[in-house]
Design a protein. Sequence first.
Length: 264
Amino acid sequence: MTAKILVTGGAGFIGSEIVKQLSAHDEYEIRVLDALTKQIHGNNPEKSYLFQSIKDCCDFIRGDVRDFTTVQKALEGVDVVLHLAAETGTGQSMYMINQYNEVNVMGLSNIFQALSLKGESNTIRKVILSSSRSVYGEGEYQCPNCGVVYPRGRKTKDMMQGDFTMHCDKCNTALTLMPTTEDSKTTPNSLYAFTKLSQEMMIQTMCPAMDIDYTIFRFQNVYGAGQSLKNPYTGILSVVPERLRTLDHGRPWRDDQFAACRVS
């Protein structure tokens, strides 16, 4: 039996790779909803590497998750929703506040609103969310005085003096980094992280109420082929090596050193 999967944001860096892998299996029918934004796909989005890599692998709908009518159309006959469509980048989120809330929070809200209107005709069996490790904020630390703590962040005055050590918010003692696990406290310290945690909570509330299974993935730093080396807000694991190879005493690095990095 064929399962119809809707991948929102399916022309993005992560989404396009998922679409290509899913399309290799005959039991999946893939539909993609993506806005092909300039920041990801450039001035000619339909000629971008990412879009070109998936355009023949799926039923493609160019549209925005903020458009309720488009979302309703995209959900028709779908069995599984893989939701990746989102504004990304922690720094950018701190000044593009409405944009991040509208896309990340209201975009997912549109999906659930559309599902609620379908009633018994709803065919969705599962929702899978692409969330982020950023929901943990700075993560888990050990304070010699206060025990396990979750600091809000480094202080500007300390960094200006060359001190990048994390300090306890309560006693200002230097902290020791601890492993951050799935059970660690969520302490988002950017609007992006807040919207991703909001998505998680919406899914954890609405899916059980609608008798829909769900899975949430909190990705760390993802990298690979097709990742943009020009986007200043994402892809640090690819951007930094790309910058380094131009600083290696004027000697360009070999192409095979960057086989995992391709400009989109």
